[in-house]
Design a protein around this ligand. Structure first.
Ligand code: SF4
Length: 382
């Protein structure tokens, strides 16, 4: 039975819990400063200074914020924290890919993957803990959805990776002011979860990521990847302006119903119709289609030709993804020859169709695998 004393302790702990500023919006910074009962004009200036220390300099300690007076810094310290997501596990592949397993305050686990390439580097972030959509080839789909991520937890993934990769220090070395150096050039919402089913938090996070006075990612460098939540695609495109990617993976409903069960609700026709009719694509903007290559499932010449027909008239790019195999999936990767032949047909029709080189295979970089392995180990050790 719980004693009165322990419940008081719990209450005290709750009372002294500090608000974490990392991952909050500009308006929330301002509102938080106002809570300290300082005049509005001063609050606005302080909020701007604080914002810059958090999102441009990555400071973890209020005492290092040199343009803020000592008394106010100690006020900030008493009321707020600059907490990071906890890295529970980190694995680095021989190709430079780094996979992070983060542990959240409620002990939920999420994955984030850093993928360096020659001319760019991408951070693949999660929008939910687990996923309800159960795509049959996806490891995350085998885990139960626990909950949506908050905007703070979404932005927090980037901040924690920036810390780990020493982004802030490297940036400062290049120029003592705010150089344009970015250790991460692109952000894709292709980790765990369906971003359009957690739209309000994803929207808030994207606005913070795009804020020019802070993290400053241009809309062209952020991609929202959806399995096809049709009613939300236009809204996300209109409101955020960032790039849209569609996890297509099949060219007819029968196969797509199995690979992406959400297709039963919004079939291919409805999906393509909204892309063609409802989105006002800007010049040079195109839709990216993600297409995982599965042996004898969706990789025939006929599929490639049907795909070309479907996307006709829509500025598109088709990313072909060799399947990252995992035990128990029941699927195999298409042969290199098949993938190349598929790509050639699409290219001949005038659409770019790059074949994504498999990344991080030695660290199981397919989404959801690190979380599952860690859980399994824990269960075995229990
Ligand atoms: S592919 Fe994406 S939408 Fe489908 S189950 Fe996996 S995380 Fe969810």
């Amino acid at each position: 039975m719980q004693t009165v004393e322990t419940s008081h302790k719990k209450l005290d702990n709750k009372l002294i819990q500090k608000k974490n500023l990392v991952g909050l919006s500009e308006k929330e910074f301002y509102d938080s400063i106002l809570e300290l009962k300082i005049p509005e004009k001063k609050a606005s200036m302080r909020a701007k200074q604080l914002w810059s220390w958090v999102y441009c300099h990555g400071k973890k300690d209020f005492s290092e914020m040199s343009n803020i007076d000592k008394v106010f810094r100690s006020d900030l310290k008493n009321h707020f924290s600059l907490e990071r997501l906890k890295i529970e596990k980190k694995e680095k592949s021989s190709d430079g890919t780094i996979k992070y397993l983060f542990s959240l305050n409620d002990n939920s686990k999420i994955e984030t993957v850093f993928i360096p390439e020659k001319k760019r580097s991408t951070l693949c972030i999660s929008s939910q803990v687990g996923c309800t959509l159960n795509c049959s080839f996806c490891h995350t789909g085998t885990q139960k959805l626990v909950r949506n991520l908050s905007a703070e937890e979404i932005v927090g993934q980037l901040i924690a990776v920036y810390d780990d990769l020493e982004h802030w220090e490297k940036r400062k070395k290049i120029s003592d002011g705010l150089s344009n150096y970015q250790i991460i050039t692109n952000i894709v919402f292709m980790g765990m979860g369906e971003p359009l089913l957690n739209y309000s938090e994803v929207k808030k996070a994207v606005m913070i990521l795009m804020n020019e006075k802070g993290l400053d990612f241009s809309r062209r460098r952020i991609t929202l990847s959806t399995a096809g939540v049709v009613p939300m695609i236009k809204k996300a495109h209109d409101e955020l302006g960032c790039m849209i990617a569609i996890s297509l993976h099949a060219t007819e409903d029968k196969t797509r119903n199995i690979l992406v069960p959400l297709n039963k609700k919004w079939p291919i026709d409805a999906l393509i119709k909204t892309l063609k009719d409802d989105l006002k694509l800007r010049n040079s903007e195109r839709i990216t289609f993600e297409y995982v290559m599965l042996k004898d499932i969706n990789d025939t010449e006929f599929d490639a030709k049907r795909l070309v027909k479907i996307i006709q008239g829509l500025p598109s790019k088709i990313n072909l993804i060799p399947f990252n195999q995992w035990i128990g999936s029941g699927y195999e990767r298409s042969s290199q020859k098949k993938i190349q032949a598929f790509s050639e047909i699409i290219k001949k029709a005038g659409f770019p169709s790059p074949v994504r080189s498999p990344r991080g295979e030695d660290i199981m970089a397919a989404c959801g695998q690190l979380k599952s392995t860690t859980l399994k180990k824990r269960l075995n050790n229990a």
